[in-house]
Design a protein around this ligand. Sequence first.
Ligand code: DNO
Length: 347
Amino acid sequence: MKMTFRWYGEEDPVTLEQIRQIPGMKGVVSAIYDVPVGQVWPLERLRQVKQYCESKGLQWEVVESVPVHESIKLGKPERMQLTKNYAQTIRNLGEIGIRCICYNFMPVFDWLRTNLHSRLSDGSEALSYCPEELKTMDPRTAHLPGWDESYTQTELNGLLREYEGMTDAVLFNHLVWFLEQILPACRDTGIVMAIHPDDPPWRIFGLPRIISSEQNLDALFSAVPDCHNGLTFCTGSLGLRTENNLVSMAEKYAAAGRIFFAHLRNIQREGPYRFAESAHLSSCGSLDMYGIVRALTRAGFDGYVRPDHGRMIWGEKGKPGYGLYDRALGAAYLNGLFEGARKEKGI
Ligand code: DNO
């Protein structure tokens, strides 16, 4: 496994100098943030980011995310050109040596929480989600916490209307179509596509959801068996559904060579459709983090790992979920778990 850290570019209050001092840190997960969704990421820009990371002693290992344009998810005619652009971005990324792209296929909203500053009993702040709070939020009129704000209210309303009545099966077919179009670029460059599960893994505002469960993942890998089609194993997303047995899923998909990237974090399930993010330790939340790491290791997982969302601790102010301190503590803990799991396996 290769331990990495998400970095939001030169605007990120967390610097590469700081990231480099986290023990065991090998590389960063980043993206180009100012090219509009659907356009090709220019090679020159990619080279600059790569060189900047290297000048600070880190490798740019994974792209998270190359966003998929909504017209592709909606299956509109312009998806042809947009998908060609996506394939060209893959080729450009291949050119600078990237080998893994994390992306998602969630309509309209990326991850969603109802509170970005929930206070935990130890005084730290975390992201949380509660159905009563969600009921008070209308995406057509109110600002929603936790997702990227690239739409105006009017655009958002238009988009939500376009998805009205779309079934999971139709969205799934659009995903399969998209993957089939970009696979030649993946084969030529060796880049693997690691889909991020739905976060949270249930329907929100009536929008379809297709990557929430083991059944969904099995369907995806049987529809598109190509070995470049795989998963970002996000424990904090998949782990919100009690029927997702993360230890057995980690073992199964790692053994099948489908896990390219792991987002490791813990959550505290507080009831149906209700949770708060917690510190990474198993004892702090609902997930068996050692069981998951051990399953990945036993199955020969050799991909990228990053400590996912951290709490805000020690007075840090920053991007919710993406401060330095708690994610660094998470990395240290996860490194320990991996060392234990490797020794147990005798490697
Ligand atoms: C949230 C992240 C997601 C993820 C995208 C991948 O913190 O895990 O925003 O980057 O869903 O496309």
